[in-house]
Design a protein. Structure first.
Length: 111
């Protein structure tokens, strides 16, 4: 009899969650209000790019929190992004964390 060695599945540390990237996240989105481009930032021609992470309740699909993983470079734009992303709604079964890159240009926010 020949014995075969099986490779064990990787063990995830407790607290580690699945993370969906933007391409996958759009497939789960039910409602995605765009961030406002505050007048103060727009009038000063402030632009920039960053990355937000949305924490999602996988059972309900509700965004429970949002934070900037990489700042846009301006607190006004960071706050606008976080405020909008906290209102996002996803399909139940969405991964617990969703990563969304965002860019503010003078014509508005893009993601």
């Amino acid at each position: 009899m020949i014995k075969t060695q099986r490779t064990p599945a990787p063990i995830r540390p407790s607290g580690q969650t699945r993370l969906a990237a933007v391409g996958n996240a759009k497939a789960f989105v039910l409602s995605a209000p765009r961030p406002d481009y505050p007048y103060e930032a727009r009038s000063r021609h402030i632009t920039g790019s960053g990355v937000a992470v949305i924490s999602v309740d996988p059972n309900s699909g509700l965004a429970v929190d949002a934070m900037m993983e990489q700042s846009i470079g301006n607190p006004i734009l960071d706050n606008s992004t976080i405020s909008a992303f906290r209102r996002w709604r996803f399909k139940p079964g969405t991964p617990a964390r969703v990563r969304i890159p965002i860019t503010f240009v003078l014509t508005g926010a893009q993601y």
